[in-house]
Design a protein around this ligand. Structure first.
Ligand code: SF4
Length: 225
């Protein structure tokens, strides 16, 4: 069958028992998925996620390895200073603004949160450089909360499969939080990102080796089921 447009939407949402089966398989295949961003504590996770906007995880890890070796707390980062932080992250896109935000958020953590990363969406989103997506990653990964950060991979898979079709990231996020069984929410973010990055790729999804191919409603599937 000829491949159809990759942006074509599925006809309808998946049923709850299909979603349960989808996550059962993803869970069986990779029971404890982890972030591909390197970090050593909640603070360095927050910094790594802020640096990762419009950059690859590998590129961010390369820059943060020497940075976190000398600055793994807000105090150490502020002591290092914006110029040195900028120098450490200069290989990452938008590095000037990101270095400024790293110092700004570190200062705010010291001044308002006892140097700790707050477990509150409102407090996180008030930090320089931190938006809804970053807050969702930190709440999920550092604190185990059932939040869902929708990146380009998760947006694509949610629409292709019928898991949570939506016109924008917030609509997809709300659909995912409503549709994914609670017991899978802790790891759902990573399962979906990894699936999008390595199997359900943007240009050419590898449906022939996809473990949820028979459940997926994408009309452009490259495998007949
Ligand atoms: S079958 Fe799998 S790889 Fe293909 S579109 Fe669906 S989820 Fe993506």
């Amino acid at each position: 069958m000829a491949a159809r447009s990759k942006t074509k939407k599925p006809r309808s949402r998946l049923k709850p028992d299909v979603i349960e089966e989808m996550f059962r398989r993803l869970s069986d295949a990779d029971p404890a998925p982890t972030s591909e961003l390197d970090y050593v504590n909640a603070y360095t996770l927050l910094v790594a996620v802020v640096l990762s906007a419009q950059a690859t995880d590998a590129g961010v890890n390369k820059a943060t390895k020497p940075l976190f070796a000398i600055a793994d707390t807000p105090e150490k980062m502020v002591a290092l200073g914006e110029d040195k932080v900028r120098d450490c992250v200069k290989t990452i896109g938008l590095f000037r603004n990101k270095a400024k935000n790293v110092i700004g958020l570190s200062t705010a953590l010291i001044e308002h949160h006892g140097s700790q990363v707050p477990q509150s969406r409102e407090a996180l989103e008030a930090l320089p450089g931190v938006g809804r997506k970053t807050a969702n990653v930190v709440l999920n990964v550092a604190f185990g909360e059932p939040t869902m950060a929708v990146d380009t991979h998760i947006f694509r898979i949610s629409n292709r499969t019928g898991l949570a079709p939506g016109k924008n990231p917030l609509e997809v996020e709300q659909g995912l939080v409503a549709n994914i069984p609670g017991k899978y929410m802790r790891h759902a973010h990573h399962w979906l990102i990894l699936h999008g990055r390595y199997v359900c790729k943007a240009r050419k999804p590898e449906c022939e080796r996809c473990l949820i191919a028979d459940l997926c409603r994408f009309e452009g599937k490259t495998v007949a089921l």
